[in-house]
Design a protein around this ligand. Sequence first.
Ligand SMILES: Cc1cc2nc3c(=O)[nH]c(=O)nc-3n(C[C@H](O)[C@H](O)[C@H](O)COP(=O)(O)O)c2cc1C
Length: 305
Amino acid sequence: MLALKIKDITFKNPIMVASGTYGYGNEVSDFVNLSKFGAIITKSVTRNPREGNPPPRIFEVSSGMLNSIGLANLGVEKYIEEKIPYLNKIDTNIIINIAGTRIDDYVETLEMLEGADSKHIGYEINISCPNVKEGGMQFGVSPDMTKELTQELRKRTDKILIMKLSPNVTSIEEIGLASQDGGADAVSAINTVMGMSVDIKTKKPRLSTIMGGLSGPCIKPVALANIHKLFKTLDIPIIGIGGISNCDDVIEFMLTGSRFVELGTINYKYPNLVETLVDQLQSYLEEQSIDHIKNIVGDLMIENK
Ligand SMILES: Cc1cc2nc3c(=O)[nH]c(=O)nc-3n(C[C@H](O)[C@H](O)[C@H](O)COP(=O)(O)O)c2cc1C
């Protein structure tokens, strides 16, 4: 059995799409069966349209990539008009990722989505984007602001509320606790790790923003360490993200305490990985005589605690 719940919502399996790595779904629908996912999390949407950062804003590094997209998106009005009708047709749970620069931005965006003719079951709140000068991260590094934002959003929705956490903080546990205290139903972790690369011939940074967000297999150990810390501290479910590329990775994240996982950078290489992953997870359970996937969540053997 691969089906799992957050609150009263059932997900057919624990595999989700990580925000920003699949657009709004329609871009990849010709070659991926999107209904195979437990949930699709859409690219961050903001109150107003954003062009994002100037190029170059993507660079491949050893075992990963740097990006500084800067939350380029069409804004919530167009999102509702142009993207939701397609998302409504996909036979799986849809979670809308929201980003903002002030509490009011997040609140207005969420309120507009609450009023839309949309079947989405929840929100992932991006408080952890390292690629915009003025926004997002200021919430993600402050427990007080994280709690206040979570509370303001909680007041306005009964749908699932997930706070997406950054590894670029001193204590991810404090931010996780602030999310939980503010009323979040789950946290997702991690967003990208702050990184940089330099072209030694031109002596120029590879990204126009100098620094950017590192993702892919190279951040997997960072993600696992952060999830381990969160699992020891929180009661709400954790959605694990960071460099997941195959079925073994999914199991590793679940043993460490993730109830769900998100596939990010791997989508650029194998956009239809989910189709094999679901079968492989099922085979793993059968081989290990495990009845239900939930039984491996946090089942880490630690001898010297
Ligand atoms: C090109 C790119 C764009 C991204 N855009 C967003 C975004 O819009 N909102 C968000 O919350 N995370 C965004 N992310 C972060 C991913 O959702 C994910 O947290 C991160 O890449 C780590 O997972 P991975 O190593 O599997 O890619 C983006 C990542 C990449 C690589």
